[in-house]
Design a protein around this ligand. Structure first.
Ligand code: MRU
Length: 336
């Protein structure tokens, strides 16, 4: 796995970089079993669609290696599945691991499968970086939302992987990172990650996106995804939909970068995607809490759905899907 990865698995020991503390503190938490991993996913210690799936895989591998019974492992699958609802990568990974457990596969085989999930994600990031960077013209300004880099994957990242590769190819004049309320993944993680990688980045309030797209002639709005329905509707971090609407109006193209493990072809459209709602207390925690009058009801959906018609391209490890719809997506993913 990559150097900045937020997941480490060695000698049956799983540790997660506590992303809630970044960038102030780099603290690794020892995860002792799948229950603890499910809690860490719920609590946002580890976050980002591919990273959640990879952590869950290693947690099950660790339990298996520590001698957990088949019944305990199956129950651990259920606990992991109940941690967060929107990112489909987690359910995709469990769909591979559960039958292995049901067929009494050895702990070594379960561990091998967990490594395969991580290694495949790393390879997918590399392929997507290549495909996506190929779409970007020299001297481009781009905007991104949330964090989709090495902290969220086993490799370069999804959207951030494309941006980093385009930067290596000398195509990026500047990256505009939306702060990404309420958890501030853009401010705390993306700006930190891009700074470390030497990519020129500016941070902005989410509400400044339209102004900046217009002022800086931003060519691409590049984001990751948590679940993509069969018709190309994309669930991603809340705020993506609003910026995609603004981008369309302002002539800025929209690129979604996600591995095939993020597609859910069982869902016809984004209307069927469950959007996670998190406690209002988290919203207060990241706002200036003294600005909110006691008793005010807080709505805190943490994802939204961008309709396919606002998306110019979806980049996955198999290639570039232009003007996504049910037909072209099936053709790319299922080779129909
Ligand atoms: O709530 P989070 O931080 O897990 O949300 C993450 C996102 O929305 C990312 O954009 C998405 O998972 C793609 S990560 C490669």
């Amino acid at each position: 796995m990559n150097q900045l990865s937020a997941i480490q698995y060695h000698n049956q020991q799983l540790s997660l970089l506590d992303q809630r503390l970044l960038p102030k503190q780099e603290k690794w938490l020892q995860i002792t079993n799948s229950q603890a991993c499910a809690q860490a996913i719920k609590d946002m210690v580890v976050r980002g669609a591919p990273a959640i799936a990879i952590a869950a895989g290693f947690a099950l591998a660790m339990d298996a290696k520590n001698g957990a019974s088949q019944a305990a492992l199956l129950s651990a699958c259920d606990t992991l599945a109940a941690s967060r609802p929107t990112a489909v990568n987690l359910f995709w990974a469990l769909k591979i691991l559960r039958p292995l457990i049901e067929s009494s596969a050895s702990a070594t085989d379960i561990e091998r499968c967990a490594w395969q999930i991580a290694n495949d994600d790393e390879a997918a990031c590399e392929a997507m970086a290549q495909f996506g960077a190929g779409l970007i013209a020299p001297n481009s300004a781009v905007m991104t939302h949330c964090n989709t880099g090495s902290l969220a994957t086993a490799g370069l990242g999804t959207a951030l992987g494309v941006i980093k590769r385009a930067h290596e190819d000398n195509k990026i004049s500047r990256v505009f990172a939306n702060e990404t309320r309420p958890w501030m993944q853009g401010a705390r993680l993306t700006a930190w990650e891009l700074n470390k990688a030497g990519v020129p980045v500016s941070l902005n309030a989410d509400s400044a996106a339209a102004l900046l797209i217009k002022k800086h002639h931003i060519q691409w709005f590049i984001v990751g995804a948590d679940r993509i329905a069969a018709n190309g509707d994309v669930a991603n971090k809340v705020g993506t939909f609003a910026v995609a609407l603004q981008a369309k109006q302002l002539g800025c193209k929209v690129m979604v970068v996600a591995p095939s493990t993020t597609f859910d072809l069982t869902l016809k459209s984004g209307d069927d995607i469950e959007i996670e709602s998190r406690p209002g207390s988290e919203f207060e925690q990241f706002s200036a809490s003294n600005t909110i009058a006691p008793g005010v009801r807080i709505e805190n959906p943490v994802f939204d759905v961008t309709p396919a018609e606002l998306i110019d391209v979806i980049v996955c490890e198999h290639g570039v899907i232009k003007s996504p719809n049910e037909v072209v997506i099936a053709k790319c993913l299922l080779n129909l």
